[in-house]
Design a protein. Structure first.
Length: 597
């Protein structure tokens, strides 16, 4: 049915009325601005102040201020009022848009994240009070430095409120490459740590190693284990991996590190992997009991008929273990050879003399002792290449031995380390595959041992520890930091659901012959949808703390903090040292017949 003439007339009147109101909304303020601005100009140029006549000021300024010059009137009664009106209109438009967006739910995504009161246990006052209760050495201190209260994670988004994890928290950080995991988390944590620090990494130049080396050297001794010469560090230490393998459990743990470094979690349960790990464990136990270097197991693996490990195990009361080893040696040749070859592959890094030198006794080189390290303010750098196989097994074994020594020391000290020990397991899925790390997380924090496991993605952790293991690590972490670059849609959606929903007010307008009607309804919408999590800008991170709402953080990279120039210079010196050592190592050597090619 065609619209009636009365309806058409009504629409026309509405249009005219709106046009008239729009003109008045511009003309009225503009005329008053013209009168006010013109009078100010007249006052500044020494002419008389005009009486209230805004319409004439807008239309005929020369009649209102006859003594004023043409240029003054152009500027004062024309240009300045227009600029002022545009400025006021723009400001009003921005404020209105913000108000509309907030009521429409588009901008509430950030404001609905945690505020300072929502994460009060991570704020300065609460974290300081907690540090006093956890650390007896601070109980009577009148002033406590911020670095002694907890580990800085960043600032609450858009504020100056520092967010810190306490010295009973355990953390996992999932941050893509170049998202600030080293510059904003690993390095600042090391620089502020009050006690011993352990760092695993697969890089040296321009990384945490070079940046924090000199600063940590002022706090205590710096130990560097670099079996694959990532930093071309001189061998100034050696560590005995068999020191904790004098029991069957200890030998099994050490063999497990070789297994984890060589085989993904999904394959560790098959026959050959399990059998190879068992043989390795039995031979490591024999070598430890007889106080032999770890490299002796390679000779036993090469000659299964060698009865030396059998005799050692029997002599030390491990008859059952000896019987198991004998059964494998005397079993079907095809099976025995397959098992021994599997074990040889796991421990193959020990065939490299340069790698083996770091884990066998060395003259005139101090031995690194984990039990002494955990009571110091020293630093241990553990460096290994990605996919380092047996070499990364040694790195994982050393890190594991330090954390276990710290646990034992905490028990002797009444339950906790004071000062606490920081263990930054950077690139943990590549160079530090500790199989039972998810289980260790359940009690490390209560011992004053603060691990921060840094991964590039959630799936990377699943590959190392399996689905159940990674879920356990995630659940046991009291603090979770998520940086930019999350491209896993399932994980991003999981995070979005953890952040939660909020109510959004939706306004709808309908028209009918009787007029216009407006209705308001509420609906729920994700505070931060998966696509927004994927698009997190660099320099920001999400923080999930146990029992608190998710917070958005501004990261604090070390190069924007006080003292950055000094750290940059130190980093450059350390990087230059690596370059010089690399050049010297690979330079052609002189011979009696000239320069070698």
């Amino acid at each position: 049915m065609p619209p009636s003439s009365s309806s058409s007339n009504t629409d026309g009147y509405d249009l005219v009325l709106r046009l008239l109101l729009g003109v008045l909304a511009v003309v009225v303020p503009l005329s008053h601005l013209a009168w006010l601005s013109g009078n100010i100009t007249a006052y500044l140029t020494g002419t008389n102040w005009a009486t209230y006549q805004p319409t004439n000021a807008l239309l005929h300024p020369e009649q209102v201020w006859p003594a004023a010059g043409e240029t003054s009137l152009l500027i004062g009664a024309r240009i300045v009022p227009v600029l002022l009106l545009l400025t006021l209109g723009t400001g009003a438009g921005v404020l209105w848009a913000r108000h509309k967006n907030r009521s429409g739910g588009r901008k509430k995504k950030i404001t609905d994240m945690a505020k300072a009161r929502d994460i009060e246990p991570l704020m300065a006052k609460a974290i300081t009070d907690k540090a006093r209760s956890l650390r007896p050495s601070l109980k009577n201190s009148k002033h406590i430095d911020a670095k002694d209260t907890g580990i800085l994670l960043g600032n609450l988004k858009g504020s100056r409120h520092e967010v810190r994890m306490g010295f009973e928290d355990v953390a996992v950080a999932i941050m893509a490459p170049r998202s600030g995991k080293t510059t904003s988390l690993a390095i600042p944590s090391m620089l502020g740590a009050p006690g011993p620090v352990l760092l695993t990494s697969n890089k040296a130049a321009g990384d945490a190693f070079t940046t924090a080396y000199e600063a940590r050297a002022r706090a205590g001794t710096v130990w560097t284990m670099d079996p694959q010469q990532i930093a071309h560090a001189a061998r100034e230490m050696w560590w005995n991996p068999l020191a904790s393998a004098r029991t069957l459990d200890g030998a099994n743990r050490l063999a497990g590190h070789f297994l984890a470094a060589s085989v993904d979690a999904s394959q560790q349960g098959d026959f050959w992997s399990k059998a190879g790990s068992n043989i390795l464990s039995q031979l490591l136990l024999a070598a430890a009991l007889d106080e032999r270097p770890i490299t002796d197991i390679m000779q036993w693996l090469a000659f299964p008929a060698d009865r030396t490990p059998l005799d050692i195990l029997r002599d030390h009361g491990f008859a059952a273990v000896a019987a198991q080893l004998k059964g494998t040696v005397e079993g079907p040749p095809e099976t025995r050879d397959g098992i021994y070859e599997t074990a040889r592959q796991y421990a193959s890094a020990l065939l490299n003399a340069e790698i083996a030198a770091w884990v066998t006794p060395q003259k005139d080189v101090p031995e690194f002792r984990p039990e002494q390290f955990v009571t110091s303010t020293d630093t241990l750098f553990l460096l290994s290449k990605d996919g380092g196989g047996g070499a990364s097994a040694l790195i994982a074994a050393c890190a594991d031995s330090v954390m276990r020594a710290a646990t034992a020391q905490a028990e002797r000290a009444g339950g906790r380390l004071d000062p606490p020990m920081l263990a930054i397991l950077d690139e943990a899925a590549n160079v530090c595959k500790i199989s039972d790390l998810p289980d260790l997380y359940s009690h490390l924090g209560s011992r004053g041992i603060i691990p921060i496991t840094i991964l590039q993605s959630y799936r990377q952790g699943q590959k190392v520890w399996g689905d159940a293991g990674m879920d356990a690590l995630w659940s046991a972490s009291t603090v979770k930091v998520i940086g930019s670059g999350i491209d896993d849609p399932d994980f991003a959606d999981k995070l979005s659901r953890l952040i939660g929903d909020h109510d959004v007010e939706t306004t709808s307008t309908s028209r009918s012959e009787s007029g216009k009607s407006t209705s308001v309804s509420m609906r729920q919408e994700r505070i931060l949808p998966a696509d927004a999590i994927r698009a997190l800008p660099k320099g920001t991170a999400l923080c999930f703390a146990t029992g608190m709402r998710a917070a958005m953080l501004d990261l604090r990279p070390w190069y924007l903090e006080p003292g950055a120039a000094e750290l940059s210079a130190a980093s450059k010196r350390a990087s230059d040292g690596i370059t010089k050592r690399a050049v010297a190592k690979h330079a052609p050597r002189q011979t009696d017949f000239g320069t070698a090619a």
